[in-house]
Design a protein around this ligand. Structure first.
Ligand SMILES: Nc1ncnc2c1ncn2[C@@H]1O[C@H](COP(=O)(O)OP(=O)(O)OP(=O)(O)O)[C@@H](O)[C@H]1O
Length: 318
């Protein structure tokens, strides 16, 4: 549905996007993740035709945004980082204005009703926008993106500045819109991406550093770790664990109970170390209380990925 090929964006000598390529399939919710300044808004502005790329292309449903802008934009609804609202208008006045601006051909009354229902703003249609809460203003921003019934929604950091309750409401709204739209959602809030998205593209300093499901990323980067809790003396248990054939590192973790100790084990070469760990403890005088895969949160995944990238650059400089 969306195809981004080799996007490069330069401002003078500064490269802010460096050969970024990815695809979004129909019906997918793609998370676009990166720290501040990574290049998320730049990519979205190029996909939506608001900014030209130095190199590369972006197409929507086969229509290249610069070659066939009308066909491509017809299929796109865009919520920029700062929603383009007119605060002195009422919600209805604003939506009618956007309807005219987009030259929408759908029956106006019914379509705006449908849009307001989908964005859950039916109760504020007569209210002046500047008097509404930020959560409602964001929903009006989503409503304007829905005008014209586009198949694709591009949402740039839609929950920035919202309180936790509003954040959950907008997330739920995005999830329900995702049932009938292809969505790209940019965020630097990792738990948001984890909660809402089918797939995640991670960019850092203008470079794509991962493209996978949140689960696969977690497996790829965290599948070689195990957490255990053992009833026994920490120094002896620690020493025995370090002597296991396929264990690379053993890290003692803080433990709340005096008689117990907890460790995180890292395996050599992605080996499965559960068996040898369990066997060691079975044949010892100590008791294995708990053994779990060490679940890597998206925060940790992101740190690991950007860290790897940093290390690679460091190696290059040597
Ligand atoms: N007009 C411009 N001239 C020069 N540099 C720019 C311009 N616009 C953006 N940049 C730079 O491009 C880089 C990427 O910016 P971009 O806004 O795409 O990042 P982002 O990932 O969306 O960040 P944020 O989460 O803070 O919005 C930043 O280093 C920014 O300073």
């Amino acid at each position: 549905m969306i195809e981004v090929k080799n996007l490069v964006k330069k401002y003078g000598n500064k490269t802010v996007l460096d050969h970024v390529s990815f695809e979004v399939k129909e019906g997918e919710i793609l998370g676009f993740l990166g720290p501040n300044g990574a290049g998320k808004s730049t990519t979205m502005n190029i996909i939506t035709g608001n900014l030209s790329a130095t190199e590369g292309t972006a197409s929507i449903d086969g229509f290249e945004i610069l070659e066939s802008p009308l066909e491509a934009k017809k299929r796109l609804g865009y919520l920029p980082e700062l929603p383009p609202l007119y605060p002195d208008m009422t919600t209805d006045e604003y939506l009618k204005f956007v309807y005219r601006l987009k030259k929408c051909k759908l029956p106006r009354k019914e379509h705006l009703q449908e849009v307001c229902r989908a964005a859950q703003i039916e109760d504020v249609r007569k209210r002046v926008i500047k008097n509404l809460s930020k959560g409602y203003r964001q929903r009006i921003g989503i409503a304007q993106a829905l005008i014209g019934a586009p198949e694709v929604l591009i949402l740039d950091e839609p929950t920035v500045g919202l309180d936790p309750k509003q954040m959950i409401e907008i997330r739920n709204l995005i999830q329900s819109l995702g049932k009938s739209h292809t969505v790209i959602l940019s965020s630097h809030i990792l738990s948001e991406i984890q909660a809402v998205c089918d797939r995640v593209v991670v960019i850092n300093q203008g470079k794509l550093i991962a493209d996978d499901t949140p689960e696969n990323l977690s497996k790829r980067l965290g599948g070689d770790r195990l957490r255990i809790c053992v009833e026994g003396p920490e120094p002896e248990v620690h020493l025995a664990l370090t002597q296991l054939e396929h264990v690379k590192t053993v890290t003692a973790l803080p433990c709340r109970k005096d008689s117990c100790c907890e460790f995180e084990l890292e395996a050599k070469d992605q080996c499965d170390i559960r068996r040898e760990t369990a066997a060691l403890l079975k044949s010892s005088p100590w008791l294995l209380l708990e053994i779990t895969g060490s679940d890597l949160s998206l925060e940790n995944i992101f740190l690991k990925l950007t860290d790897r990238e940093g290390n690679r650059k460091g190696e290059g400089k040597k």
